[in-house]
Design a protein around this ligand. Structure first.
Ligand code: SIN
Length: 335
């Protein structure tokens, strides 16, 4: 009986290790948001498609919620990883590449995009090659862009963010590691504070910062709205992700495997745009229904004032990003 029990126990273990042994390559896909967000859903779909289509030769392990790395650490880990069989992949927000790319800062320019259709126009254009140029020399291979959505501002205060600089004065705002976001907050009248995503809820709850900017999906999934009084629908910038992998790992993959993985990524990207569109509407509605934070729209005049106040940010970063590149992006978007 004991013998039978041991044998029964050993079978699934043996099967599991055979499956693990069957994988020639492993991709560890690390991200910082929840599994049910647009990025989390795309990551899980990608993992499923890769495993199915490579018949288990490539295994993708997805680590959500900063379980493996935060976004800054993952890029270092990716660059330093010398493994040809285990690749680290991540999808950090475009704003988090500031140490590795000046050109990608374009995505942070305030009021560059009116909506995600504008973003797709840029991301699907040949300009994307110029925007990601040089990342491979830093050990990072850019593969695709995944959406979250347009950003809104939230605050704990007795009134919403509408009038600038008055409503920003004396207030601290959590931002990602973006110098453009820092300058934008200063031009709006507030004080920026860079913090990892993982720390935002606590920082808001404990009053370390008064407010933050993010897409609806993050405000909802990480419950920021529960510790904020107002959300202003500003759509002042885009939150999206550059999917990257260690360049060395990617270049060493056999061509057939690389093509299959690229195909799965393309499909996951198409699905991600749908997941993001659904989350954008759905999560805003859930936040409004929950009634912790009141959602307010800016008037046209208020929006124009925000745009005007943040216009100097463009001049400040024009040379660093590249004047010609900015002009070509503007031309593409019909600005
Ligand atoms: C993310 O959506 O991956 C995080 C964005 C942030 O840090 O605010």
């Amino acid at each position: 009986m004991k013998m039978l029990f041991r044998t029964l126990l050993a079978v699934p273990l043996a099967l599991a290790s055979m499956q693990a042994m069957a994988a020639d390559y492993t991709i560890k896909l690390s991200h910082v948001v929840s599994a049910h967000t647009p990025k989390g859903q795309a990551a899980d779909l990608f993992a499923k498609l890769v495993e199915e289509r490579t018949k288990g030769r490539v295994k993708v392990e997805v680590f959500p919620n900063s379980q493996l790395y935060n976004d800054n650490k993952v890029l270092e880990a990716m660059r330093l990883s010398g493994s040809k069989t285990t690749g680290i992949m991540a999808a950090p927000s475009l704003s988090k590449f500031v140490k590795f790319s000046k050109t990608l800062q374009t995505f942070d320019l305030p009021f560059l995009f009116n909506n995600t259709d504008d973003v797709h126009k840029l991301v699907d254009s040949p300009l994307m090659t110029r925007l990601t140029k040089g990342l491979d020399k830093k050990g990072l291979r850019a593969l695709t862009v995944w959406d979250n959505g347009m950003k809104v501002f939230s605050i704990k205060a007795d009134k919403p963010l509408r009038n600038i600089p008055a409503d920003f004065t004396g207030k601290k705002f959590r931002i990602q590691s973006s110098n453009i976001a820092a300058s934008m907050i200063e031009h709006l009248g507030g004080t920026p504070q860079k913090l990892p995503f993982k720390e935002v809820y606590t920082a808001l709850g404990q009053g370390v910062v008064d407010g933050q900017e993010n897409a609806w999906s993050n405000v909802h999934s990480k419950k920021f709205y529960e510790v904020q009084d107002y959300i202003s629908v500003t759509n002042h910038a885009y939150l999206g992700y550059l999917v990257v992998v260690s360049d060395e790992f990617w270049s060493n993959l056999p061509a057939d495997i690389r093509n299959t993985v690229s195909g799965a990524l393309k499909e996951a990207t198409e699905a991600n745009r749908k997941f993001a569109a659904i989350a954008d509407k759905g999560d805003r509605k859930k936040i409004e229904d929950d009634k912790y934070a009141k959602v307010v729209e800016l008037t046209d005049a208020e929006r124009a004032a925000w745009r005007q106040a943040t216009a100097p940010v463009w001049t400040e970063f024009r040379d660093e990003i590249g004047a010609e590149l900015i002009d070509d992006v503007k031309k593409l978007l019909g600005r």
